[in-house]
Write a protein that binds this ligand. Structure first.
Ligand code: GLU
Length: 441
């Protein structure tokens, strides 16, 4: 049996960091086991689903580097759902119910008022054919409920361990509305069966859905998949934060976050494995194992992401970033500047420093020293480590050392008191610009 996972977003908005994490884990697990990873667009809600969101979901997965082995769309599968539905109705797994939302709400309140659990009492199940005809003659159209088998529901969750629900304490779920539209539960099960999904990986907000869906697999005579329900993400404050729900790929891109950084963080956040700056996903794939996930909410910290991002940027090859660098910037320049960056976009600032002009404020006490530097710079061999030659020549003529030697040079040459290693920067600035900058001082 080929391991098959699916990421099943509803295209009602853009993906947020929690969705990206779920997608990633489905992908990692499939890749770990040489299996298939499917994208399933859950667009049964025609009103709220939009094509532009489908497109942004695809683009976000592409940006993250999560290639999928197939894309399915629920809206294209209505005929299939109809067939299964008819079969489940015929076998009395699904029954029509006629209560209005107001009636249901009233009943709920009555039960709660009596201190009873507000479980649907299956009034519709005991309606005779004549009563149903009557209701329909009054213009009532039924919605449809799945009739739970009142037995314990058990499964061994790959993250949460043994789970137990008592079906008798649960309401028969509505699976289809009176207008014929589908709720999420049943189409998802039909798809998982038809698409050979072996592992359902999703957030723990779906745990009670799983209990219901397990009986739907059973009703269809299908072997249910294994389930892994992940603890949700929290913000760095430790609370479930609203803000996390609005952090998506656009935000990360604007912040200069590389997809590899997001992958390295989300791949291991909430596991017992260390978070490491992997540029290549191979080690994340190899180590991916649900047994390593904890049950406590995982804390998503943007500062941690930024730190990881810098370590990723320091490893990126020129070819990988070329399109995002100033056109004239060459690979030696990238390599010299890279260790100093936290984001690729910052390379342009340092390249501007290389190309000049630079704006430098020179202290009076450094003027004579910089004049000496200009002389030394015109005498050295620029093809062999000019910085070492320049500083050792200057040490002798000026008697300066340490900070007093290096800082005025850095300031005059770059206009800043910090930055990439001068030994790497100086050959990029080159002889002419160096002389010009030192003489001007
Ligand atoms: N469309 C559902 C959601 O986004 C899918 C849940 C599932 O993975 O089954 O919550």
């Amino acid at each position: 049996m080929t391991v098959t996972t699916r990421f099943a977003p509803s295209p009602t908005g853009t993906l947020h960091v929690g969705n990206l994490r779920t997608a990633l884990h489905n992908w990692l697990f499939a890749r770990r086991h040489g299996g298939r990873f499917l994208l399933r667009i859950d667009d049964t809600d025609a009103e709220r689903s939009e094509d532009r969101h489908v497109e942004s979901i695809r683009a976000d997965l592409a940006w993250m580097g999560l290639g999928y082995d197939g894309e399915e769309r629920q809206s294209a599968r209505a005929d299939r759902y109809e067939v299964v539905f008819a079969d489940l109705v015929a076998r009395a797994w699904v029954y029509p119910a006629y209560e209005t939302p107001d009636e249901l709400e009233l009943r709920r309140k009555v039960l709660l008022g009596r201190g009873l659990p507000p479980v649907y009492e299956r009034t519709a199940l005991s309606l005779g054919a004549a009563e149903r005809t009557d209701l329909e003659a009054q213009g009532r159209r039924p919605h449809w409920r799945f009739r739970l088998d009142h037995v314990p529901i058990l499964w061994d969750d790959l993250i949460r361990g043994p789970q137990r629900f008592d079906a008798a304490t649960m309401s028969d779920p509505v699976i289809r509305r009176a207008d014929g539209s589908w709720l999420y539960l049943l189409p998802s099960v039909i798809d998982d069966v038809d698409m050979g999904v072996t592992h359902v990986v999703r957030g723990e907000d779906h745990v009670s859905n799983t209990a219901l869906q397990l009986q739907m697999f059973q009703a269809m005579g299908a072997q249910p998949p294994r389930f892994a329900h992940e603890a949700l993400l929290t913000g760095s404050e430790g609370k479930l934060s609203k803000r996390l729900g609005s952090l998506g790929v656009d935000h990360f891109r604007e912040e200069g976050i590389e997809p590899q950084a997001l992958m390295a963080l989300l791949g291991r956040l909430g596991t017992s494995d260390p978070i490491e700056p992997f540029v290549d996903p191979a080690p994340l794939i190899e180590s991916f194992d649900f047994a390593r996930f904890g049950r406590a909410p995982a804390r998503f910290d943007q500062a941690e992401l930024a730190g990881l991002n810098a370590k990723i940027v320091h490893q990126l090859d020129f070819e990988a970033v070329r399109g995002r660098l100033p056109v004239a910037m060459h690979s030696a320049a990238w390599e010299a500047i890279r260790p100093n960056l936290s984001r690729v976009a910052e390379a342009a600032e340092w390249w501007a420093v290389v190309e000049g002009p630079v704006d430098a404020t020179i202290a009076d006490e450094d003027r004579a020293f910089l004049a000496q530097a200009a002389q030394a710079a015109s005498a050295i061999d620029w093809d062999a480590d000019p910085w070492a030659q320049l500083t050792s020549a200057l040490k002798e003529v000026s008697g300066r050392k340490g900070r007093a030697l290096f800082l005025p040079l850095r300031l005059a040459l770059t206009g800043r008191d910090h930055g990439p290693d001068m030994a790497a920067l100086l050959p990029l600035i080159g002889k002419d610009r160096t002389l010009q900058r030192l003489r001007r001082a």
